[in-house]
Design a protein around this ligand. Structure first.
Ligand SMILES: CC(C)(COP(=O)(O)OP(=O)(O)OC[C@H]1O[C@@H](n2cnc3c(N)ncnc32)[C@H](O)[C@@H]1OP(=O)(O)O)[C@@H](O)C(=O)NCCC(=O)NCCS
Length: 151
């Protein structure tokens, strides 16, 4: 994660412009800080309280609302998995708010395993998924999906 933050800080004006809308909402600032803090400390559940978790993490995928349900997230996810594999990464974790139905369906469909639940933000439960990247647990293919074996 450190290298990502360093790259962001190389363009402070662009970073400030991107963050400006979120910074106007104290609740969103609090949410961002909580997620960053948990991640920087091995993630919720990764601090000895829960099962051991992979070091690598997918923070979030967001697709513009008018572009959803066209396979955009699936393509991004496959590229991410390929990039991780190229770097020798064997698994990564994802923290997903339990109330995010589309996101939870998505990670299940991609083959990520829910391994534990945590309460990160006040009163809100999140699921931690682990995506294994060995051959047997590759994200399921679109052709399998269209053949109706998944969903
Ligand atoms: C979760 C999210 C990233 C999914 O993005 P997406 O691009 O819509 O994802 P996909 O298109 O790959 O899959 C979504 C659905 O569309 C379906 N789909 C994919 N391609 C399709 C196509 N060509 N025609 C019809 N349906 C299609 C999938 O089967 C899936 O169906 P399901 O929800 O019933 O399982 C998106 O909903 C989002 O940005 N949500 C808000 C942010 C968020 O919660 N992010 C996760 C935080 S960790």
């Amino acid at each position: 994660m450190g290298s990502i933050y360093k790259r962001l800080l190389r363009h402070p004006l662009r970073l400030a412009a991107a963050l400006a809308p979120a910074l106007l909402s104290p609740a969103r600032v609090k949410g961002i800080v909580e997620v960053l803090f948990a991640s920087g400390h091995g993630g919720a559940g990764g601090n000895g309280d829960g099962p051991p978790l992979p070091r690598h993490e997918l923070f979030s995928i967001v697709v513009a609302s008018d572009q959803r349900r066209r396979g955009v997230a699936e393509r991004l996810y496959r590229r991410l998995c390929a990039g991780f594999r190229d770097r020798g990464v064997t698994s990564f974790r994802i923290l997903v708010g339990k109330q995010l139905d589309a996101a939870n369906r998505f990670y299940h469909r991609m083959g990520a395993r829910p391994v534990t639940e945590v309460q990160l933000h006040e009163g809100a439960v999140s699921t931690i998924y682990v995506q294994d990247l060995n051959d047997e647990s590759r994200p399921r293919s679109a052709s399998i999906r269209s053949a109706g074996e998944v969903n």
